[in-house]
Design a protein around this ligand. Structure first.
Ligand SMILES: [Zn+2]
Length: 243
């Protein structure tokens, strides 16, 4: 009952029709989805599932499925609390219309793409990363001082440079042979499906990533460093916000 991850083919797709393949204590499983499940540091999507009779189920979050044999693409759509009546109408095999909260997702896409730019601006290993609607938080393993003004100026330059953002695929074996591509120590490359997706920002960055991104760095818009602090003796934490 694998989920087809439509967001990986087209991050701008906001809606799809799907069949309910399972319902468990975590939520609903669909045969295909536009909802991104929490992973790789990026928050899960919220949105709605609309039943054939028009009943809407509000989805508060999306998580990776935990069942035996689940692939990294298998997602669970987690309902917001207090919807027992709507949920009681839903059965396995039902057709639903799945639609994400696009305003929230687009912020994830802009902040996520910005975090790739950060990897180009600060050439240190990343040992923690969290991308939400409101901020991107990155922990860099370095003892070097980080200058806020210089980083903001370089980011603005890369955003203004309007670099194209594209995906490429390599096999799991090719990925294993190129460990230098991995920038984020805390996030394993999305392996296990036989192939790994690489995210290329033209002339800026190349690394394995299964998240959702904008098509061009120009879409990120204004950014500021909201926080820059020493997280530990060997780690600097940086929080980016959209302006
Ligand atoms: Zn990414």
């Amino acid at each position: 009952m694998s989920t087809r991850a439509l967001f990986r083919e087209d991050a701008y797709r906001t809606q799809c029709e799907a069949s309910v393949t399972a319902i468990d204590e975590m939520g609903m499983h669909l045969d295909q989805t536009v909802f991104y499940p929490l992973g790789g540091g990026q928050a899960g999507d919220a949105g709605t599932l609309t039943l054939a009779d028009g009943t809407k189920i509000v989805i508060a979050d999306t998580r990776k499925a935990k069942f035996e044999g689940a692939t990294p693409d298998d997602a669970v759509h987690v309902p917001a609390p207090g919807q027992e009546e709507a949920l009681s109408l839903l059965k396995v095999g039902d057709r639903v219309s799945a639609e994400i909260d696009w305003e929230r997702r687009y912020r994830h896409m802009r902040l996520h793409t910005a975090s790739h730019l950060m990897c180009a601006v600060l050439p240190y290993p990343v040992d923690g990363c969290s991308i939400t609607r409101d901020y991107a938080r990155l922990d860099f393993a370095t003892v070097e001082p980080i200058e806020r003004e210089r980083v903001e100026a370089r980011l603005a330059e890369l955003i203004g440079g309007a670099h194209d953002v594209n995906t490429e695929w390599i096999t799991d074996d090719e990925m294993t042979a190129r460990p230098e591509l991995v920038r984020t120590m805390s996030v394993k490359p999305p392996m296990g499906l036989g192939r790994v997706r690489l995210l290329r920002i033209e002339n800026v960055d190349l690394q394995p990533c299964g998240g959702t991104h904008v098509r061009n760095t120009g879409e990120i818009g204004g950014l500021r460093i909201a926080k820059l602090e020493k997280k530990s003796a060997r780690t600097r934490r940086l929080v980016l916000e959209l302006v």
